[in-house]
Design a binder for this molecule. Structure first.
Ligand SMILES: [Zn+2]
Length: 264
């Protein structure tokens, strides 16, 4: 069985957040005290910001390439956009700088309403671009989900991180939770996600999204997004059965593998 203690450790260290409303005005760069010089470049539909002399500035070209890859990857999951909205991506050095700019400390923070995302980049930590970009692009493509929707928002972003980062299907991680008797009924997961809000909830939500998307297709996931859970839904019954039949992984993924940081 996959050690649940590892899951919990990741839960403490993972700090992604997606906030439904935003009051961040442009340009955000003015909001960071002591920032003497910001640099910016256009990357497709995104305007990218970072401070001169920081790890993000030193990796600017690689970051731009990663933004392009993550953007294309996420749209490949959502279907191609009919209208492209501009994005604003801000790379800083600490969760506290994210707090100063956006009002909440996080290593990654997405504000879908204004299509802004904030990322911590250090010499050793790369941003989870696919995850935060998915928060922005899903809002573009599908709008806000039916309430309670946070579990789907985060589940889709976890799924977008990509299996190549985790090296194990989310279904297997859900099987680990099942073996540890920590799997929640999905309706409970949906209604209590904002209060549970740890990595177990993220992984279970990601597993449901993975299963619906890969077994029933994008349209079915989009229907779930717009209409929410239907009691007795056969899709959920099929997911429970699949989790029951799935083997738990025989190895422990690393923190980076779970969070998806730097996997782009
Ligand atoms: Zn998230």
């Amino acid at each position: 069985m996959w050690p649940v203690r590892s899951i919990l450790l990741v839960g403490v260290l993972t700090a992604c957040a997606s906030m439904p409303a935003a009051s961040v005005s442009r340009p955000v760069a003015r909001r960071l005290p002591g920032a003497t010089r910001w640099e910016s470049q256009r990357v497709g539909p995104a305007q990218v910001f970072y401070q001169a002399g920081t790890p993000a500035a030193r990796q600017a070209r690689a970051l731009a390439d990663s933004v392009r890859v993550a953007y294309a990857h996420d749209w490949s999951l959502l279907g191609q956009p009919r209208i492209v909205r501009p994005l604003e991506l801000v790379f800083v050095q600490s969760p506290d700088e994210v707090r100063q700019l956006a009002g909440r400390a996080a290593t990654g923070l997405a504000l879908p309403a204004t299509q802004q995302a904030f990322f911590v980049v250090t010499a050793t930590r790369l941003p989870a671009l696919r995850h935060e970009l998915m928060h922005l692009l899903a809002y573009q493509a599908w709008g806000p989900p039916a309430a309670p929707g946070t579990w789907l928002v985060e589940g889709l972003a976890i799924y977008a991180d990509g299996a190549q980062c985790r090296h194990v299907p989310l279904l297997s991680l859900a099987a680990s939770l099942r073996e540890a008797n920590q799997l929640l009924p999905v309706p409970t997961l949906a209604t209590q996600f904002d209060t549970v809000y740890d990595v177990r909830a993220y992984l279970e939500a990601g597993s449901v999204v993975e299963f619906v998307y890969e077994h029933y297709g994008r349209r079915q996931l989009e229907a779930l997004w717009h209409h929410g859970l239907v009691p007795g839904d056969s899709v959920l019954a099929a997911w429970y059965a699949a989790v029951g039949a799935a083997p738990a992984p025989a190895w422990t993924p690393t923190l980076a593998a779970i969070t998806g940081a730097g996997c782009d």
